[in-house]
Write a protein that binds this ligand. Sequence first.
Ligand code: ITT
Length: 200
Amino acid sequence: MRVVLATSNKGKVREIIELLHDREVFPYTDLMEGFEIVEDGETFKENALIKARAVYKALGDTDAVVIADDSGISVDVLEGAPGIYSARYGGENATDKENLHKLADELKSLGVDSSPAHYTAAIAIVSREGESCVHGWMHGSVSVHLRGENGFGYDPMFTPDGFDQTLGELDGDVKRGLSHRSKALHLAKILIDQIKAQRS
Ligand code: ITT
């Protein structure tokens, strides 16, 4: 059974393939030309479903199981921002670095060095059996002091609860063990296995 990832974010592709290592998983851009998907939902769940449905339809392969990840970081002192707008916080086509610096600048402009924050991942699954969506969260804090090169996105400023180092500094195994994405994928795997069992 072919599991197709409806994402063009390289950091997500890497993490999802590592976490679903026992399955046949492809980013959809390996199978067709990438295309723009308008993420105009109001929640992580709505946007994940929009992406998974769009790729399922475009593939035209009714046997495919398409999964999409919509994720982001929510910062307490910013009343939950950037949240679902995390990918474009620094502007419409902002790079990870621009988004990271924009968030650090927002904290500095409030006169704070750090704030509690959390990551959310919504993983939508679309197949001929129907649609579902699961979530995972990781709590911690963000700091204006950016440290480390590991991970992607906001990881150099995010320290998970219980640790002293940022995800930029911590080994990838640590992130794999506790991330929003790994928790959501753990649930997604159960649903993918159910589809597999139904089909056999
Ligand atoms: P796709 O829509 O193609 O999947 P995207 O990057 O646009 O890619 P999102 O709309 O879900 O994806 O935005 C997620 C953003 O949230 C991402 O660009 C990062 O800036 C941030 N983010 C999500 N998970 C993260 C993680 O594990 N570590 C660091 N930053 C993360």
